[in-house]
Design a protein around this ligand. Structure first.
Ligand SMILES: Nc1nc2c(ncn2[C@@H]2O[C@H](COP(=O)(O)OP(=O)(O)OP(=O)(O)O)[C@@H](O)[C@H]2O)c(=O)[nH]1
Ligand SMILES: O=C([O-])CC(=O)C(=O)O
Ligand SMILES: [Mn+2]
Length: 609
């Protein structure tokens, strides 16, 4: 790590790059934000030691018991800074229509002026880190590079887990290479002698994207999705705009490798909204004999057509930023084994008296711990030990279920795409689309109950197209058209088949009708057998659903009645869905593709609605 003081970045001898434009940008931001010092992050172990040590000293981190979680830390946030802030997230395209109805928009120069005022002097008393990173393998033909400038050590160490961060990425950028500019500040300057707080942040927050300039400006939050700018901001919002221009897809999808008893591998990508089961499905342990699964990615997929006409997916990430509550040895043993190897950062979970972590749903409920707000907690407290959106941040390479090809820059050929959401009613366990365009319609109309992953009322149903509602870098109507066009230009026989799944349907007494987790392998088996033309299905107005016999429920600890209810297509429920879809399409507005409107009209006709 080399440091250079400001404003003297003109003397660049001790700086680890000769990239003039990059250095000019660093100097310009330093001049605006006035940090005490500027440090280039190199991604080394020594740097990790130094920065985690600094975070412990500052009271941000507590080092966990090395025998339980080696080289791991707990950092509990300010209670106001626990999730993505969608109402403060902006797409500042030049024209408002290009941000579209699903995004907040402000004219770019107006936003730059407003945020420059906030950034002025905002790093006083802090260090500004220059964090080079690469999304996806460094040896990709066209590596996707970025540089985050941040005044948060928590961000630097988390970026090291989540991305290929440090000198290797800076070397890839070279002397004049392109990189995405990602500027982040906690917005919490320190006056001379002012003591710091454990989790600095600001009540004013902006998470801003300039898609045409491929630039990100974030202010006021230290939380994952708002501050680790390689993840949602770059790999989804900016990348979706790049993908639209360049003919590929940047999606909020897990990537799973499923291996049949005949040893044939199938790669499946699945888009579910935040906190709706991507990580769990990505690490699934199938319950049906002979079937195995491996992980390629758990949150983001970049997909492009290969020379053979198939759609290939790459996981751009390097770490998991997973939902902690509900993760346990039964629901997700692979996540537990990954975490147990250490090298992790936990946010907003409880800490046990022996220096380990605990959250709701984890085995071994302790009699006493310190909760995520720093208070004494006992099972009688009646409060959550961990915030519902508490997270573990851990290197993917440690996960025992990773497929050997998980970081292959070529990616993996996708056989099926799953869309899903969290719906108590209406949506069956699994439905197969009639063709690509019908599949795009399904994705475009996914509804899901709101979770704790963003601010808002948990439980309200909202449309979350392709699970991308909070992550689209451009107009949602153009996005639907892009999906349709990619299918039109492809060899239909090589396109992935599309399915709509719902693990969350409930019975009258509110219980889940389907056990989920490892048992979802039964649904995956039907999907693979549909691809191989081996499983039966029934044509319904909404698509093809399994016959009672086609879904393998051998040895399943669920009643046949519940399974039937989970699979049921209830035409009254679907008729009630029609005005909701209409309302959503009215909101999408004039850019709704005719292909999607055609699918909607056909659905209404089939339903007699
Ligand atoms: N009932 C039920 N719950 C599930 C299932 N899969 C996951 N969950 C629960 O859903 C919550 C979120 O699951 P994750 O796998 O972390 O969700 P995610 O989509 O990766 O979330 P993000 O990281 O926010 O994008 C956890 O509380 C899980 O226990 C399932 O098949 N059935
Ligand atoms: O972005 C985050 O903070 C966490 C995440 O994966 C999501 O919300 O989908
Ligand atoms: Mn996510």
């Amino acid at each position: 790590m080399t440091s250079a003081t400001i404003p003297g970045l003109s003397g660049t001898d001790n700086v680890p790059t000769r990239h003039k434009e990059l250095l000019a940008w660093v100097a310009q931001v330093a001049e605006l934000t006035e940090p005490d010092s500027v440090v280039f992050a190199d991604g080394s172990d020594a740097e990790w030691e130094r920065l985690t040590g600094k975070l412990v000293e500052a009271g941000t981190f507590t080092r966990l018991n090395d025998e339980k979680k080696p080289n791991s830390f707990l950092g509990n946030s300010d209670p106001s800074d626990v999730a993505r802030v969608e109402s403060r997230t902006y797409i500042c395209s030049k024209e408002e229509i290009d941000a579209g109805p699903t995004n907040n928009w402000m004219e770019p120069s107006e936003m730059r002026t407003l945020m420059s005022d906030l950034y002025r002097g905002c790093m006083r008393g802090r260090t500004m880190y220059v964090v080079p990173f690469c999304m996806g393998p460094l040896d990709a033909a066209d590596p996707k590079l970025g540089v985050e400038l941040t005044d948060s050590e928590y961000v630097v160490v988390s970026m090291r887990v989540m991305t290929r961060m440090g000198q290797a990425a800076l070397d890839k950028i070279g002397d004049d290479g392109f990189y995405v500019k990602a500027l982040h500040s906690l917005g919490a300057p320190l006056a001379e002698g002012q003591a710091d707080v454990p989790w600095p942040c600001n009540d004013t927050k902006y998470i801003t994207h300039f898609p045409e300039d491929r630039e990100i400006w974030s202010y006021g939050s230290g939380y994952g999705g708002n501050a680790l700018l390689g993840k949602k901001c770059y790999s989804l919002r900016i990348a979706s705009a790049m993908a639209h221009d360049e003919g590929w897809l940047a999606e909020h999808m897990l990537i799973l490798k499923l291996i049949s008893p005949e040893d044939k591998a199938y790669y499946i990508a699945a888009a579910f909204p935040s906190a709706c089961g991507k990580t769990n499905l990505a690490m699934i342990q199938p319950t049906i004999p002979g079937w195995r699964a491996e992980t390629i990615g758990d949150d983001i997929a970049w997909m492009r057509f290969g020379e053979d006409g198939r759609l290939y997916a790459v996981n751009p990430e390097y770490g998991f930023f997973g939902v902690a509550p509900g993760t346990n040895w039964d629901s997700n043993p692979n996540a537990m084994k990954t975490i147990d190897q250490g090298n992790s950062v936990f946010t907003n979970v409880g800490m046990t008296d022996d220096g380990d972590v605990w959250w709701e749903g984890l085995e071994g409920k302790p009699d006493h711990l310190i909760d995520w707000k720093g208070n004494d907690w006992t099972p009688e407290s009646g409060t959550d030990a961990a915030h519902p959106n508490s997270r573990y941040c851990v290197p993917m390479a440690q996960c025992p279920s990773m497929a050997p090809e998980w970081d292959d820059p070529k990616g993996v050929p996708i056989s099926a795409i799953l869309f899903g959401g969290r719906r108590k009613t209406t949506v069956p366990l699994v439905t197969e689309a009639r063709d690509w365009q019908h599949g795009v319609f399904m994705g475009a109309t996914v509804g899901s109950e709101q979770t704790a992953a963003a601010e808002g009322t948990v439980g309200t149903v909202r449309r979350d197209p392709m699970a991308m509602l909070p992550f689209l870098g451009y107009n949602v109507g153009d996005y639907f058209q892009h999906w349709i066009d990619l299918g039109k230009n492809a060899d239909e026989s090589k396109l992935p088949k599309v399915f709509y799944v719902n693990w969350f349907r409930r019975g009258d007494d509110k219980r889940f009708l389907w056990p989920g987790f490892g048992e979802n392998s039964r649904v995956l088996k039907w999907i693979v057998e549909r691809i191989e033309h081996k499983a039966a299905g029934i044509e319904t107005p909404i698509g093809v659903v399994p016959t009672a016999e086609a879904l393998d429920i051998d040895g399943l600890d669920t009643t046949v009645e519940d399974v039937a209810e989970a699979l049921a297509v209830n035409s009254d429920e679907w008729k009630a869905e029609i005005p909701l879809i209409q309302e959503w399409f009215d909101f999408v507005g004039e850019k709704l593709p005719t292909g999607i409107q055609d699918e909607f009209d056909a659905l209404k006709q089939r339903l007699g609605a």
